[in-house]
Ligand binder design. Sequence first.
Ligand SMILES: C[S@@+](CC[C@H](N)C(=O)[O-])C[C@H]1O[C@@H](n2cnc3c(N)ncnc32)[C@H](O)[C@@H]1O
Length: 211
Amino acid sequence: MRQRNVKNKKEIINNSKYIILNPNDYCGKWKSLFNNSNPIYIEIGMGKGDFILGNALTYPDINFIGIEKYDSIIALAIKKIDKYELENLKLIRMDALNICDVFNKEIDKLYLNFSDPWPKERHAKRRLTSNVFLEKYDNIFKKDKIIEMKTDNQGLFEYSLISFTNNGYKIEDISLDLHNSNVENNIMTEYEKKFSSKNNRIYYVKAQKKQ
Ligand SMILES: C[S@@+](CC[C@H](N)C(=O)[O-])C[C@H]1O[C@@H](n2cnc3c(N)ncnc32)[C@H](O)[C@@H]1O
């Protein structure tokens, strides 16, 4: 995502009611932070937050956590999200490489939307669906491992299908043209709005690994 510098980004982050500044302290205890036993869904690489906000508003009985690596980007998401009063949404500014320090067997679903494709082979390990990340995700799920992914990048999509399969996932649902299939209640991301308006095809997959 193109990053423009956001003035006062640290201040915006430090003062947001949604940001968890010490996420490692809640490892294994996110349920207690939400004060309920509802399922917890996370999105890695939430960008400016449209998807996670839309989900939190639509599904009050699910807890959502949005994760983003960059201060400036999450600051833009906070500006949008802070206007709402939502008990079922938290945000974390971190690199997903450290995900195992933050969650331990407590996540019900992971969303990966329009993840950076890292097209060069030498950067393949940085893809959020590489073995490096899929092995880490194994530790965060409560029971069955469920990953839902959307992208307009055919190369990343094909790579991810192979990576999911090599890591023991089964493909539960797939669309090679999400916006021309019968999916209901699709909540769009910023990138999805941008690319679908250019008539790019949107790929979707739901992969699951049973416990
Ligand atoms: C291409 S953008 C897509 C944003 C949003 N999901 C959407 O669909 O509009 C990818 C986002 O993932 C974030 N990201 C990439 N690698 C990450 C990582 N290792 N940990 C957390 N966020 C990451 C980037 O900073 C960027 O905001």
